[in-house]
Write a protein that binds this ligand. Structure first.
Ligand code: ADP
Ligand code: MG
Ligand code: ZN
Length: 486
């Protein structure tokens, strides 16, 4: 029988991200006002950033340096000629009626960063990085009767980092964001805090039948303000677009808003309603023509970046890639790790403690690694006590926790708490004999073949010896005793 069935079309997502990163300068991009977050509204303003007539902007050289640092770290070329433009629109949080941004001549172009996709490295192109000023903040009264404007953020320097449409799914997009955030934090150019809005992202999303070369029509999703939501918003949007095109419809080009409360994206404005920004060159700022020597000076001051650290941890220290990636995510954590290794800790043991109890305690207390009460050298010292057999691996957990709570040195804790491992076989033997004589039934069952009971005996002996028995010795003696039929 000749049956024709429609083969279901498989769709592929295409994603490009526009990331806004607030630069960690002390002052704003075109005036000397402070950029400190959380001050009283409108206390960090001056005639320049509130757009008084006749004032003149002056570029903050630190902001320029930060943008160039970022460009170099993301393999961009630095433009030999770059300038600012006015992007015109009206909104109450934009006192000048235009935003000073870069349009035709961004400071950095044609870069890339590598991300990890299912264990494979994938290169994501960076179209451009440009500098611009942030807008203020409208604060709406809950009842809807009035709105207030806070201009403290007006003029805070931003970088906009635009990716090529090289990302193919929500996970790739979040991996890209994570990598970018790690690089920005390593460079010290942005704190990467998405909750406070110092790192924000708009996602451009389209779908196309798998195998098709042309891109589909894209929607731009705004308002993605947390790491978790990068994936969720894109995931939702891909499903929505696939539903439309597989039903024979057409995706319309528009800007959509992600609503984290409902978990959906909603139309904000269509292409027809899109702003015409009437970009034109900013006449009050001179073009930027950087000298090569200045750029090379910045290049030579770049720190070792996450990717370089990861491969060094793998090749020189023998760490698994997984461990290396986790530890290299934060520069301070990577430094902590290396200091512990320099102090004599075996790399994989140090990494195990970092990924285990150390991270757990820090997370529980909402502390960063720089606030960690345990010093790297102390962990190395503790690992030495384990290697020498002074304490068991099990006791080490107690010692580590005590180190974390009190900041005391491991040998002090071991002495004070009497935690030295007992490797005296006669003492262990006595404890074993005691338990075996108290548990005749279990002994009989064990000898009858129920070998799972070995754990029960170990546990009982450890309990009477307060966990201090040398586990290897305990196991050996116990097995011998149980094997011997009396
Ligand atoms: P605009 O300034 O209007 O947002 P751009 O051309 O600068 O437009 O593109 C912005 C982002 O959209 C870039 O990150 C780019 O990679 C991405 N992009 C462009 N076309 C598509 C598409 N068809 N699907 C998904 N993303 C796209
Ligand atoms: Mg855009
Ligand atoms: Zn100002």
């Amino acid at each position: 029988m000749d049956r024709k069935e429609a083969v279901p079309v498989r769709y592929e997502a295409v994603i490009g991200l526009e990331v806004h990163a607030q630069m960690l300068t002390d002052t704003k991009i075109f005036c000397g006002c402070s950029t400190t977050f959380g001050s009283d509204p409108n206390t960090q303003t001056c005639p320049v950033c509130i757009g008084m007539p006749g004032v003149l902007p002056v570029l903050n050289s630190r902001a320029l340096e930060f943008a160039v640092r970022t460009g170099l770290a993301t393999n961009c070329s630095i433009s030999s000629y770059s300038r600012f433009a006015r992007k015109n629109y009206f909104y109450p949080d934009l006192p000048k009626g235009y935003q000073i941004s870069q349009f035709e001549h961004p400071i950095c172009e044609h870069g890339f960063i590598d991300i990890d996709v299912d264990g494979q490295s994938k290169r994501i192109g960076i179209t451009r990085i440009h500098m611009e000023e942030d807008a203020g903040k409208n604060i709406h009264d809950g009842a809807g009767s009035y709105s207030l404007v806070d201009l403290n953020r007006t003029g805070v320097p931003l970088m906009e980092i635009v990716s090529e449409p090289d990302l193919r799914g929500p996970k790739e997009a979040s991996e890209y964001m994570k990598k970018l955030r790690a690089i920005l934090r390593y460079l010290g150019v942005c704190d990467g805090n998405m909750e406070q809005g110092s790192l924000r992202c708009d996602a451009n999303v389209s779908v196309r039948p798998a195998g098709q070369k042309e891109f589909g029509t894209r929607a731009e999703i705004k308002n993605i303000n947390s790491f978790r939501f990068v994936e969720k918003a894109i995931e939702y949007e891909i499903k929505r677009q696939i539903r439309i095109v597989s039903g024979g419809g057409k995706v319309i080009q528009e800007t959509r808003l992600w609503d984290s409360g409902t978990g959906i994206t909603e139309s904000m404005r269509s292409k027809e309603e899109a702003h015409d920004y009437r970009y034109f060159p900013e006449p009050d700022l001179v073009p930027i023509i950087p000298e090569d020597s200045w750029i090379e000076g910045i290049r030579s001051s770049l720190p070792e970046l996450p990717d370089q650290k990861i491969s060094r941890f793998v090749s020189e220290m023998g760490l698994p890639k997984y461990d290396a990636s986790l530890i290299a995510e934060e520069r301070q954590l990577a430094d902590w790790f290396e200091e512990a290794v320099r102090a004599g800790g075996q790399p994989k043991s140090v990494s195990n403690w970092i990924m285990g109890d150390l991270m757990r305690f820090l997370n529980e207390d909402n502390r960063s690694v720089s606030e960690c009460p345990v010093k790297p050298g102390q962990l190395a010292d503790m690992l030495k006590l384990v290697d020498m057999g002074t304490i068991s691996g099990k006791i080490a957990k107690t010692v580590f926790e005590e180190m974390y709570r009190t900041g005391k040195a491991p040998d002090t804790i071991v002495k004070e708490k009497g935690l030295v491992q007992i490797s005296d076989s006669s003492e262990i033997e006595k404890a074993i004999d005691d338990i075996l004589s108290k548990s005749p039934n279990e002994v009989e069952r064990f000898r009858g073949g129920d070998e799972k009971l070995l754990g029960f005996f170990v546990g009982q002996v450890m309990k009477t010896m307060k966990g201090k028995a040398n586990p290897q010795l305990l196991n050996d003696i116990l097995k011998k005793k149980l094997a011997a039929v009396d």
